[in-house]
Design a protein. Structure first.
Length: 320
C-alpha cells in the first residue's frame, strides 16, 4: 500500500484560512444532498431496514446456488469475500468468523506465518480474538443509533460457498460472519487525499461539506473506540451541482464558485473496534484523519446539536 501523501504547511494554512473566514463569506448551501445520488441513497437509505437487508441476503444465497460464487479479495488480514447478487452485481462483503486473523482457517499465508513466527507482534491484546465479525455488526448498530448515516448496514449472517476456506476433506457447512453492504463509486481516502487537499484549498463550500462529514467520522470512531482507522478504511464520494444538475466529476471544469459540492464519507472495516481495555500496547492505533488540518478545528454547532442530546442522555444509552 502506498503511503498517504503528506499535506504541506501551505495547504494547512490555506485550509485554516478558509475555515476561519467570516460566515458572511460562506455561500448558501443548495438543497441538493447525497440523498439525490441514487446509488448512495440505495445503500444508506433504501437497504437500511431489516426487510430490505433480509431480501439482499436471500438474493445472494440464490446467486451462490446458481453458481455466482463469492470471490476472496486480494487484500486484508482475514478472509473477506465479495458476494454478488443474481445479476452478478457485487452486493456485499462477507467476513467469516473462522477466517479472522487468529482463526485456524485464515486463508492469508502471510498472516499465518506472522501469527506463528512472531506471535508477540501479532494482533491487538486489547481486543477479543476472533470477534471482529461482531465488531463489524456492532459498529453498524451504533452508527444507526447516532444517526450519522456513514456505515453501510452490516449484520451477522450465515452463508455457504465452496470458495470459502474449509479444512481439506471436511464437509462444507454454512459459516457465520459479518455481511456489509458494498458501496460503489466511492474511493479510499488514501487515493483521494491530494485531490481533497486541493479542493479544500480552492473551494469554501467543499471545505465545509468535507468538514461536516469528517466530524461525524471522528465522533463515530471515538464512540466505538476504533483502533484501526487507516486511510483505506474510509471512503469518499464527491459530486457537484451546477445550476441544479448533478455533475458526477471529481474535479469539474469551470469556476468552483458556481458549483455546489456533495461530499459523502463511507466508513468500513470495524472489526478492530470495541476494545475490552485501553489499547496501550506496542501496536499502532491509527486515526488517519487526525493529521488533517480539519482536525484542528472545533466541532461545529450542527454536529453538537445532533449528537450531544444523544450522547448526554443515559436513557439513550440504555436503549442502545
Amino acid at each position: 500500500m502506498e503511503p498517504v501523501p503528506i499535506i504541506t504547511d501551505d495547504q494547512r494554512k490555506a485550509v485554516y484560512g478558509i475555515i476561519m473566514a467570516p460566515e458572511s463569506s460562506v455561500d448558501k448551501p443548495d438543497v441538493r444532498t447525497w440523498r439525490d445520488l441514487d446509488d448512495v441513497r440505495h445503500v444508506f437509505l433504501d437497504l437500511n431496514s431489516n426487510d430490505a437487508f433480509t431480501a439482499v441476503i436471500k438474493d445472494c444465497k440464490a446467486a451462490i446456488d446458481a453458481g455466482i460464487l463469492p470471490q476472496c479479495t486480494s487484500s486484508g488480514s482475514s478472509g473477506s469475500y465479495l458476494v454478488r447478487s443474481t445479476t452478478a452485481t457485487t452486493t456485499g462483503i462477507f467476513k467469516p468468523r473462522d477466517e479472522e486473523p487468529y482463526a485456524d482457517l485464515n486463508p492469508r499465508w502471510a498472516k499465518w506465518l506472522h501469527r506463528h513466527c512472531s506471535p508477540c507482534f501479532f494482533g491487538r491484546a486489547c481486543l477479543m480474538p476472533n470477534a471482529g465479525y461482531l465488531g463489524e455488526a456492532a459498529a453498524s448498530v451504533v452508527e444507526r443509533w447516532m444517526g450519522v448515516e456513514m456505515v453501510p448496514r452490516t449484520q451477522v449472517v450465515q452463508l455457504m460457498a465452496p470458495t470459502f476456506s474449509y479444512p481439506a476433506g471436511a464437509k462444507k457447512l454454512p459459516k457465520v460472519g459479518s455481511f456489509q453492504l458494498f458501496v460503489h463509486s466511492f474511493k479510499p481516502y488514501s487515493e483521494m487525499a491530494p485531490i481533497i487537499a486541493m479542493l479544500c484549498a480552492q473551494s469554501k463550500p467543499f471545505q465545509c461539506a468535507f468538514q461536516r462529514e469528517l466530524e461525524r467520522l471522528a465522533c463515530l470512531d471515538h464512540v466505538i473506540r476504533n483502533t484501526d482507522r487507516t486511510a483505506d478504511n474510509w471512503m469518499v464520494r464527491v459530486v457537484w451541482v451546477r445550476e441544479g444538475e448533478l455533475v458526477d466529476e471529481l474535479v469539474p471544469d469551470g469556476d468552483f464558485s458556481a458549483l455546489q459540492p456533495i461530499v459523502k464519507i463511507a466508513a468500513i472495516d470495524h472489526g478492530l473496534s470495541f476494545p475490552w481495555r485501553h489499547p496501550n500496547g506496542l501496536c499502532k492505533y491509527p486515526y488517519s484523519w487526525q493529521d488533517l488540518p480539519q482536525a484542528l478545528i472545533p466541532f461545529s454547532d450542527s454536529i453538537r446539536r445532533q449528537l450531544l442530546p444523544i450522547l448526554d442522555d443515559p436513557n439513550q444509552w440504555e436503549q442502545l
